[in-house]
Design a binder for this molecule. Sequence first.
Ligand SMILES: NC(=O)C1=CN([C@@H]2O[C@H](COP(=O)(O)OP(=O)(O)OC[C@H]3O[C@@H](n4cnc5c(N)ncnc54)[C@H](OP(=O)(O)O)[C@@H]3O)[C@@H](O)[C@H]2O)[C@@H](O)CC1
Ligand SMILES: Nc1ncnc2c1ncn2[C@@H]1O[C@H](COP(=O)(O)OP(=O)(O)OP(=O)(O)O)[C@@H](O)[C@H]1O
Ligand SMILES: [Mg+2]
Length: 378
Amino acid sequence: MKINGGFDVAGGIENCMWLSSSSTSSALRRQHFLIRTLCASSTPQTSHNQMERVHCASISVPEADAEGVIRKITPVLDRTRHKGQAGRIAVIGGCREYTGAPYFTAISALKIGADLSHVFCTKDAATVIKSYSPELIVHPILEESYSVREDERETVSSYILAEVRKWLERFDCIVVGPGLGRDPFLLNCVSDIMRHARQLSIPIVIDADGLYLVTNNIDLVRGNSLAVLTPNVMEYKRLLEKVLNCDVNNDNQSEQLRLLSQKIGGVTILRKGKEDLISDAKTVTKVSTFGSPRRCGGQGDILSGSVAVFTSWARRYVMSGIPSSETSLNPLILGCVAGSVLLRKAALRAFLSQKRATLTTDIMEFLGQSLEEICPAE
Ligand SMILES: NC(=O)C1=CN([C@@H]2O[C@H](COP(=O)(O)OP(=O)(O)OC[C@H]3O[C@@H](n4cnc5c(N)ncnc54)[C@H](OP(=O)(O)O)[C@@H]3O)[C@@H](O)[C@H]2O)[C@@H](O)CC1
Ligand SMILES: Nc1ncnc2c1ncn2[C@@H]1O[C@H](COP(=O)(O)OP(=O)(O)OP(=O)(O)O)[C@@H](O)[C@H]1O
Ligand SMILES: [Mg+2]
């Protein structure tokens, strides 16, 4: 049974551990019944009915119990664990223009609790990224067209793939796109890396220029149940145009998101915005915890690193003999929900401290404290 065509009640709300406790109450089910009735009786002709439909579109998406998810999936700091067990993340991104974005993604992964964070970037970007932080393992191996002669391209591209392959299977999740740029030769090499990661069943978060790549070649992710797309407003618009051949429908955002995911074979999509909407074609959920009114660049980069770490933790949680009622949970949705709320909480803390001067680096500094507040280390 679907509410407003957007959320499967039988398979979603009643089995769904990530919903807030109030969402599971019979009162809420009654409310949803009323909403369905309202939606069924509304017609698009009158402005009054249009208002009802807008109301339906936003109220029918259940808010995730995102903090509850974080508490469930975050591993305890067990003294017997060895380096790497809390997560090895890799970022494929960083070129001449953009060095901040891959840094934000990779360092956020460490600040949340991953043990190792790698960056695969172009040679020009590598020294700069290394100089931001000694914590990151930086591989200067990607090449842009300007640095490779036409007759060398095939050899260079095989070399790049071989170098990345040496590492790939060690990663719990890779993030493709932050600061990657849009050079055609570089994007071809990254397509090969993505295909290889898929063969190895490595979860992959696709953001920024990775979304540009995927939007122009949907088959790179179609049907990949281990892929998460994290589009911002413009990236989402481009995806919709390409895949569903339509514009954003503000009257029924959740159903449109669900359809988009379905058309790409159930790939998980986190649509960023005032509210983050998350869907894997079966369910739609949202995170709308208040974050920061500052819209400084780089917050999406923190989010992709954060989703990568939480997704790898959620996969372990889901695979580790949890109660059978929870085994149907999609760990990628859990990862998105957790990443979204943590970024928002950190952004709020940073804003309260820095106000108009808030920068992405300030938000990053509050990731640890915000996680501690939800899920204390000891
Ligand atoms: N410090 C660094 O190194 C950082 C580097 N970054 C890297 O930059 C690369 C390109 O990524 P991107 O996000 O700038 O590209 P894209 O999707 O084309 O958007 C560009 C245009 O979209 C629009 N627009 C955006 N939001 C909108 C909204 N809410 N509502 C309406 N419009 C909106 C807006 O258009 P405008 O307002 O200018 O007309 C904007 O100019 C990528 O590699 C990324 O990782 C970033 O991560 C930041 C930190
Ligand atoms: N209008 C908004 N109000 C509140 N939070 C927002 C708003 N827009 C985006 N966010 C939050 O900020 C985070 C980053 O989203 P944003 O749309 O800025 O990504 P982005 O454009 O990819 O960022 P980046 O500059 O890193 O590329 C998301 O988690 C989202 O929840
Ligand atoms: Mg972005």
